[in-house]
Design a protein around this ligand. Structure first.
Ligand SMILES: NC(=O)c1ccc[n+]([C@@H]2O[C@H](COP(=O)([O-])OP(=O)(O)OC[C@H]3O[C@@H](n4cnc5c(N)ncnc54)[C@H](OP(=O)(O)O)[C@@H]3O)[C@@H](O)[C@H]2O)c1
Length: 497
């Protein structure tokens, strides 16, 4: 079940938001902290009150209610008298919890009492004791929410839920913070009574919160069968990636029982120890593309040459690592021109530059490398035997294909261009310009080059090419190019790129 959380500031807004929350969620969590003109009885008459959780959270518990403890409990008692499905009271509010439990007994009420514990700083090591102290207090549902300081904290929550179920207790448990995002997505499959999500159109962007529409339509948590395989991205940062959208939508499109998660990892060794048994495949991004090597049982020849991994698959022989970045770049370039026999200048000798360089060499291109810091260009040139073009001479080099594998032109630097103005003074017809940057798709480099008659190839096609190879490796299904294009564009639009 998904509970849509809303925090209106008036009765009118409560009615407006409850309509949306109950239309989109299985339950609605109505936070009444800020409602001065609350009329619980009217809400009970207008809506399916069985599906509403009434919560009044005070400041110390992360809420906004400023009244006294005795004022706080009154609307909860009223909600019980009106026969609402759920009321939520913090376990720290011991007297109020006892009042509500005895009231429930006195009224023979069917309202479920949720007693909740929130920790905004950490996932406490005493979480099991906290649960044990709570479990016999007479509530109907125990809610324990912590904060994830490390991705492995999610495994603690999974264990907690399993223990609660073994104890025959209803529990709601997940973690706040970006590193806790996966618990909000997976907690229902672990046995949590519900997860919580903000409404899509509410401006609720606390880290780790996953909007309700994304939980349902992208992660499919209401419809997915519980024996799904886990895939995902490890890196730091991960939130800019569009993979969560593309791969989950592809799983759904091909009816593949898998889920793709973003793992925001600080400590790679801790992650690999804790999660090795959990996933079937991973994408790997910065800063782990090279660091991941020692954790793999088998690496393909090309990835070994490149010295970087962007894809992992679990096989019978253990973890297999490969690199699909070069396949993606070649896919994009070869859509518009053949590489064999062409002079190719690569700007950038970082992870992507290296992968593309080996791909170009593999496909018979004549390689030149230019990198801002010369040392990296020299290292790569030594490995692959390419000519070095000093960074300051790149505008005058003679090439058929130019590859931008630097970070110039991406995101907030979208007005920057890796080539100087003078490069665009000439006619560029006959030349192909490929930009690995995909956010934005139509980079400054591509815009200026196209104006001068160049043929252009973009980073979105590179993304598509490398993601198609990953998907096929994991699932055995060759995804449709049209579907990939549609999903990648949707994902970028959703991200506002
Ligand atoms: N389309 C796709 O699917 C896809 C996949 C992977 C990566 N990419 C893109 O590829 C690009 C490179 O990523 P990466 O993983 O290779 O990063 P990386 O390993 O950190 O390498 C960054 C490269 O950019 C250069 N650079 C950064 N800022 C620069 C500046 N102001 N002037 C000149 N050079 C600069 C660096 O030069 P120094 O060595 O001098 O620092 C280095 O060569 C990124 O834009 C990324 O988004 C695209």
């Amino acid at each position: 079940m998904i509970s849509a959380s809303i925090m209106p500031t008036s009765q009118k807004e409560a009615i407006y938001l409850l309509e949306k929350a109950l239309a989109q969620g299985d339950l609605a969590e109505l936070r009444i902290d800020l409602i001065q003109d609350l009329d619980i009885s009217e809400i009970g008459k207008r809506f399916d009150k069985n599906r509403i959780i009434v919560t009044n959270r005070k400041k110390e518990e992360g809420g906004l209610f400023e009244g006294s403890e005795s004022e706080r409990v009154l609307p909860l008692i009223e909600a019980m008298e009106e026969g609402f499905g759920f009321i939520d009271i913090e376990v720290s509010s011991k007297e109020n919890l006892e009042t509500l439990i005895s009231k429930k007994f006195e009224l023979n009420s069917k309202t479920n009492i949720i007693s909740s514990y929130h920790n905004f700083k950490e996932t406490p090591s005493t979480i099991k004791q906290i649960f044990d102290q709570m479990k016999n207090q007479g509530q109907d549902v125990i809610k324990i929410v912590g904060f994830a300081n490390d991705i492995s904290d999610n495994l603690i929550i999974r264990q907690l839920i399993h223990n609660a179920i073994a104890d025959k207790k209803k529990i709601i448990s997940f973690l706040m913070g970006e590193k806790g995002e996966i618990s909000r997505i997976l907690c229902n499959s672990w046995g949590s009574f519900t997860t919580y999500a903000p409404l899509n159109d509410q401006n609720n962007t606390a880290p780790g919160q996953v909007p309700l529409g994304i939980l349902k339509d992208v992660y499919r948590i209401s419809s997915i069968k519980n024996d799904f395989d886990i895939f995902g991205l490890i890196g730091n940062p991960v939130k800019e990636s569009i993979g969560y959208y593309v791969h989950n939508k592809l799983f759904s499109y091909y009816d593949f029982n898998g889920i793709y998660l973003n793992f925001l990892v600080d400590d790679l060794s801790k992650f690999m120890n804790g999660f090795k048994g959990e996933f079937k495949g991973l994408c790997v991004t910065m800063p782990f593309k090279e660091q991941i090597m020692p954790y793999l049982d088998e690496v393909d020849e090309m990835a070994l040459k490149i010295g970087a991994i962007n894809t992992i698959k679990k096989t019978n022989g253990g973890l297999f690592g490969t690199n699909t970045d070069w396949l993606g770049a070649l896919y994009s370039i070869e859509k518009v021109t053949k590489i064999k026999g062409k002079r190719v200048l690569i700007l950038g000798a970082g992870g992507t530059g290296k992968a593309i360089a080996f791909g170009i060499e593999n496909n018979g291109g004549e390689l030149m490398i230019s990198n801002r810091s010369r040392k990296k260009a020299e290292d790569l040139s030594k490995k692959i035997g390419a000519e070095i073009v000093p960074w300051e001479d790149r505008n005058d080099a003679n090439f058929d294909i130019l590859v931008n594998a630097t970070k110039i032109g991406m995101g907030t630097g979208r007005d920057d261009c890796p080539m100087d103005e003078k490069f665009f003074d000439k006619d560029l017809s006959g030349i192909t310009i490929f930009d690995a940057v995909y956010s934005p798709i139509n980079t400054k480099l591509l815009q200026l080059s196209e104006k001068q008659g160049a043929t252009v190839a973009n980073g979105l096609d590179m993304y598509i090419g490398q993601a198609m190879a990953q998907f096929e490796l994991w699932t055995g299904i060759k995804p449709s190019i049209e579907k990939m294009e549609q999903l990648s564009k949707e994902a970028l639009k959703l991200r506002g790129a």
